[in-house]
Design a protein around this ligand. Sequence first.
Ligand code: PLP
Length: 360
Amino acid sequence: MTSHFFSPVVQRLVPYIPGEQPKISNLVKLNTNENPYPPSPRVIAAITHAAQQGLQLYPDPESTALRQAIAAHHGLAEKHVFLGNGSDEVLAHAFFAFFQQGRPLLMPDISYSFYKVYCGLYGITAQTVPLADDMHLNVADYAQADSLSVAGVVMANPNAPTGIGLPLADIERLLQMHPHRVVLVDEAYVDFGGQSAVGLIGIYPNLLVVHTLSKSRSLAGLRIGYACAQAPLIEALERVKNSFNSYPLDRLAIAGGVAAFEDQAYFEQTCQAVMDSREGLVLALEDLGFVVLPSQANFVFARHPQQDAAGLAAGLRARGVLVRHFKLPRIDSYLRISVGTLEQCDQFIQALAELLASQP
Ligand SMILES: *Cc1c(COP(=O)(O)O)cnc(C)c1O
C-alpha cells in the first residue's frame, strides 16, 4: 500500500519482519532466539515491587541504577554505558549518530537483517562484504585503501544467523584498520560461548559494543539493550536519545534489569543449560543428515543437502514446531533453530525425524 501522505523516505522504506509470535499456545517455539527459560525469580519480584509504587511518576531519564549495575558487571565506569529500549533502539541511535556520513557502511552480506533496515531509514548506503563459502568472516576483506572512504563497520559477533564467532584478535585487527571510524560489534549472543570485546573499550576509542538482555537474560519482553564505549561515543548516543525520547526505559524495565544483574548465578546456570542443549541438538541434527555450522549462539544454523528448507519449516509448523527460514540469497537452504530446553529440542527432533521419514 502507498499513499500521497507518505514522505519520500517512507515510500522507499523496507521494514524488518520479525519472526512469528503465534497467538496460539503449546507450540514449540524455536523461531526467534528467545531464551527457553523464564527470567530469574528475583526479576519478577523486583518488577512486582516497582509496579506497586510510583508508576504515576516518570522513570529516571538516565536509568542510573541500571547503568550502575551494568557498569559494575563489566568492570566499567557508569559513563561508559548507554541504555535503550531493546538493543534494536541502541543500534538505531548508533547508526544515526555514527554512520550517517554520506559514505558506505561495511557489513557482512549475511548478518542481522535489521542493519540494512536502519540504513534505509537513515539514508545510509550499505556496502556488503561477502562471508567465505563456509560462512566464516575474513577480517582482511574489511581493509580499505582509505579507511576514511567508509562510514564505519557493523557486525554481529557471534554472527546472526550463522552463529559463528569471531576471535577477539580479529576484532582488534578491524579496530586497527579503521581507527577513525566507529566499529560496532553487536554481541547479542556473546554469553553463549563467544568472546566479548567489552574489555577492549579502554584501548580503542572507536569501539562500540552492543548488548541485549533479550537473549541470555531471558528478558525479550522487557526491552532492554545497552552499549559500552568510551565517553565520547556514549555522549553522541545520549544526544540522539535525548532528541528522540527522554524515557526509553520504564520503571518496570529499570527495576527488572537491575535484578537480572544481581542474580549472576541464575544467569550462569541458564546460559550453561542452553549451551548443553545446543550440543545435543547439533548431534541429533547431524544424525538426521544435516550440516550444522559451528554455533556460539543460542541457535543453530543447519541445512539438509537433500531437503528444501522452506518445505521443512512448513512441515514442522504443521507439527507444532516453529523454526526460522530466511528466503534470502546464499542462506535459503538453511533453517535457523533456536536452542530450547532439552524437552523442546527432543520434541523438535522427533517432529523433524517424522517429517523426513514422510518425505519422498
Ligand atoms: C535479537 C537481536 C537483537 C535485538 O535485541 P533486542 O534487545 O531484543 O532489541 C540485536 N542484534 C542481534 C544480532 C539480535 O539477534
